[in-house]
Design a protein around this ligand. Structure first.
Ligand SMILES: C[S@@+](CC[C@H](N)C(=O)[O-])C[C@H]1O[C@@H](n2cnc3c(N)ncnc32)[C@H](O)[C@@H]1O
Length: 211
């Protein structure tokens, strides 16, 4: 189609986008995206009017966007919290947001707004170039993990080390017991869900028994 550029979607749709483009899955999408987005810095490609970015920001996610359409960004800016979300204007296959991100996503068929395979591949490459790199060495005999986060900065490569010694919950229970504390609660998340083999987070509450 002639004359249809990256900004055209917004020129044609920004005014009534929120009214006409409700897939009915926003809340479920935000629930899942928040799991990946919460620990670090997140980038949404084609952020649009902030349909999912705003609820993610409201949950405490550090989210930014790339967006081709100034009209869509203007709609985002009109909404509560919309002015606080950094957005880089431009083609998501080409432009870079400042710095590195821990999680980058696009949603709602947006990859297909890029109308050639070459542009879609370029978009994946562009996203990959903005992802922070992590390398780790794991020594199970000492329960030690040595992380290195590799950042690509204006001044070249920068390594940020993070050494850790992990312990299973049974071992933290033992440490607590040695300190005279007893386990009161164990959850698999801040929603107090059960701690199971599939849990990605772990919360334990210990109490000092009354004398
Ligand atoms: C269906 S909307 C999705 C918006 C938002 N992610 C959402 O889920 O509501 C598609 C978005 O992609 C943007 N867009 C289209 N081509 C783009 C490109 N090449 N680079 C960046 N954004 C683009 C449009 O302006 C529009 O905001």
């Amino acid at each position: 189609m002639k004359g249809f550029g990256p900004e055209t979607f917004g020129e044609l749709n920004a005014e009534d986008y929120d009214l006409l483009h409700n897939p009915g899955t926003t809340e479920a999408a935000v629930d899942l995206l928040a799991v990946f987005a919460l620990p670090g810095r997140t980038l949404e490609l084609a952020i649009g009017t902030g349909r999912v970015a705003l609820p993610l920001a409201a949950r405490g996610c550090r989210i930014e966007g790339i967006e081709a359409s100034p009209d869509m960004v203007a709609k985002l800016r009109e909404k509560p919290g919309g002015a606080d979300i950094p957005v880089t204007l431009g083609d998501m296959a080409v432009v870079k947001a400042e710095g590195e991100f821990d999680f980058i996503f696009l949603i709602f068929n947006t990859l297909f707004n890029l109308t050639s395979q070459a542009a879609q591949v370029a978009c994946f490459r562009n996203a990959a170039s903005m992802l922070a790199l992590e390398a780790s060495i794991h020594d199970p005999t000492t329960q030690r993990i040595d992380y290195q986060v590799l950042r690509i900065t204006k001044n070249g490569f920068q390594l940020t080390p993070l050494p850790m010694r992990y312990a299973w919950p049974q071992e933290t229970d033992l440490m607590a017991e040695l300190a005279g504390l007893s386990l009161e609660n164990r959850w698999g998340g801040w929603d107090k869900s059960a701690f199971t083999a599939d849990s990605r987070t772990h919360i334990s509450v210990y109490r000092k028994p009354t004398a």
